[in-house]
Design a protein around this ligand. Structure first.
Ligand SMILES: *[C@@H]1O[C@H](CO)[C@@H](O)[C@H](O)[C@H]1NC(C)=O
Ligand SMILES: *[C@@H]1O[C@H](CO)[C@@H](O)[C@H](O)[C@H]1NC(C)=O
Ligand SMILES: *[C@@H]1O[C@H](CO)[C@@H](O)[C@H](O)[C@H]1NC(C)=O
Length: 160
């Protein structure tokens, strides 16, 4: 392989990996700025039916965020870092929607949030990213594309 071919190949690989990383973060997470409220989604979508008064646990790692106990929202057991900051929507429970809103988010709230429904062994996860400036994946499509073009351009320009 000639030297120039090798450089092009390396450049292509670099750009390709950059694109993959960018698009991965676009799909799996929720982002917000410090002080904002964010919706953490948990919708049960499996076929196996849920009983009427379902129990759902929201956790951030080992910290309880919010519980729904036999269909009744409860903030009794939550970690104190979430006190007064979680909104639940009981009118949505029958739609199998156990999403919560976390209010006034802080940098320390960043992380993975798990929603468990023990009775049916269901779990879904949301990655919350809190920042002080708008991160890439919350910007709109044109800004994102611009950034991607810029990355590729720089990659070629510097011969990777
Ligand atoms: C669900 O909870 C309500 C209110 O506590 C109760 O009246 C009802 O019987 C419960 N349903 C089932 C299936 O346990
Ligand atoms: C679930 O409930 C929340 C809060 O009411 C709502 O914002 C969201 O759109 C609902 N999601 C679905 C899929 O219905
Ligand atoms: C989206 O991008 C367009 C074009 O760059 C810009 O005019 C608009 O303000 C942006 N919208 C948001 C919500 O950032």
């Amino acid at each position: 392989m000639r030297e120039t071919d090798r450089v092009w190949l390396r450049c292509w690989q670099f750009s390709y990996i950059t694109l993959l990383l960018l698009y991965h973060t676009v799909t799996d997470s929720v982002s917000g700025l410090v002080g904002e409220n964010v919706l953490l989604t948990c919708v049960y979508t499996n076929d196996f039916p849920l009983l009427e008064n379902v129990t759902v646990f929201w956790y951030q790692k080992d910290k309880p965020v919010f519980y729904i106990l036999d269909g009744v929202p409860s903030d009794e057991y939550q970690d104190q870092m979430f006190t007064g900051r979680v909104l639940s929507f009981p009118d949505q429970y029958k739609e199998q929607n156990f999403s919560i809103i976390l209010k006034n988010i802080q940098l320390s709230d960043s992380g993975f949030y798990d929603c468990f429904i023990p009775m049916v062994g269901f779990k879904s996860q949301v990655h919350l990213i809190v920042s002080v400036l708008y991160p890439l994946h919350t910007q709109n499509k044109s800004t994102q594309l611009l950034f991607i073009y810029l990355t590729i351009y720089l990659a070629f320009f510097k011969s990777c």
